[in-house]
Design a binder for this molecule. Structure first.
Ligand SMILES: [Zn+2]
Ligand SMILES: [Zn+2]
Length: 371
């Protein structure tokens, strides 16, 4: 495979300013590293926050955003022969990759919570002095550092079907794995999903497939709620039509015999949604928190709701385990669900700013960049 000396990348130079398309050098591939030819990069709500300078973690600018990459191997570093499952890797193979947790710190080794690792190389989110620059997916090529875990994408799947597995879906799979440790979604349980973005939509899917009796999705706009219905929601509550939280709570209580839902999944990410979800879960139920990434920001809640035997469990990001499971969920269930509908629009790299604006305005289910 021919690899040029430089490639185009969309660079965030200053918060709030349009990303600049720049010509960036492609690094030499060190042992165990991988150079990717990016085929598609999803645009995440987090990219919108990063663009505005509203992410908790420290970021050194300039940075190449894009952490939902999907691409083919252009160069394999010496010694990199197999993916995380043990499948052989060759140039031309299409793969997904996780952030590169260090694998030798308290969080990785002792706590066994690699997504909490403080030394991770994260793609498209922050830049450090040591990290190669070409490590965001809003670019023609992307460099994966040596300890990055990767999985091969089954060839029969389209990029549109798969790209959501590189962020939202793998996170939801990880979150449901944690929820399952504390009871999960029981047979015929009622489930409320707060949020109808990609995290909320995949959460709807896993609730449906997990045996929920009744799934209620609270979100907006209509296009996202229609997809939620296709993916198993029995009831939807449109935020545009029911703007009053107390009225939304009343609707949920009416649908759940006045007790509240057995399981509530907070996937909205709006700070006030956490308290709203607590009002909708039944005593002794389970509350899964996936959406909140607001650092130290606080919101009022009634702690007595938790005192009533409630289990609250959170989830941050995912490891390669969950990428693998998400991919195989798509492969095994694609005859039943149109996973490709997750991508509502694609944009060339040169129109990345339009894609960000469209995501910010809530006009997309998910926008994707095709470099
Ligand atoms: Zn994301
Ligand atoms: Zn670590």
């Amino acid at each position: 495979v021919e690899v040029p000396a430089t490639c185009q990348a969309a660079v965030l130079v200053e918060y709030g300013r349009p990303l600049e398309i720049r010509e960036v050098p492609i690094p030499e591939v060190e042992p165990n590293a991988i150079l990717i030819r990016v085929e598609m990069a999803g645009v995440c709500g987090t990219d919108v926050h990063l663009h505005q300078g509203a992410v908790g973690a420290p970021v050194i600018l300039p940075v190449i955003p894009g952490h939902e990459g999907l691409g083919r191997i252009a160069r394999l570093g010496q010694g990199r022969t197999h993916d995380a499952v043990g499948e052989p890797l060759r140039p031309g193979d299409r793969i997904l990759w996780s952030h590169a947790w260090c694998g030798r710190c308290y969080w990785c080794d002792i706590a066994r919570e690699p997504t909490l690792c403080r030394n991770a190389t994260t793609y498209g989110l922050r830049q450090s002095e040591e990290q190669p620059f070409l490590t965001g997916s809003f670019a023609e090529y992307e460099y994966l550092v040596p300890n990055t875990r990767v999985v091969k994408v089954p060839e029969e799947l389209s990029n549109e079907e798969v790209v959501g597995a590189s962020c939202a879906f793998r996170t939801v799979v990880s979150a449901y794995d944690r929820l399952n440790r504390v009871g999960g979604v029981g047979t015929q349980d009622s489930v409320v999903i707060l949020g109808a973005g990609p995290i909320g939509l995949y959460s709807t899917l896993l609730a449906t497939e997990g045996g929920a009796g009744q799934t209620i999705v609270v979100g907006a706009p209509r296009a996202r709620l229609e997809l939620a219905r296709e993916w198993g929601a029995d009831h939807v509550i449109n935020l545009d039509e029911v703007p009053d939280p107390s009225q939304r709570k009343a609707e949920v209580l009416k649908l759940t015999s006045g007790r509240g839902a057995d399981v509530v999944v907070e996937a909205a990410g709006v700070l006030s949604a956490f308290g709203e979800g607590l009002e909708m879960v039944r005593p002794g139920g389970r509350y899964l928190e996936i959406g909140q990434t607001h650092g130290a920001a606080t919101t009022p809640v009634a702690p007595a709701k938790i005192h009533d035997n409630l289990v609250v469990i959170g989830n941050k990001s995912a490891t390669i385990v969950h990428f693998y499971k998400a991919l195989h969920f798509i492969k095994n269930k694609r005859h039943r669900y149109a996973f490709g509908k997750m991508v509502s629009n694609t944009y060339p790299l040169t129109r990345v700013n339009e894609a960000l604006a469209s995501m910010k305005a809530g006009r997309e289910i998910k926008a994707a960049i095709v470099p």
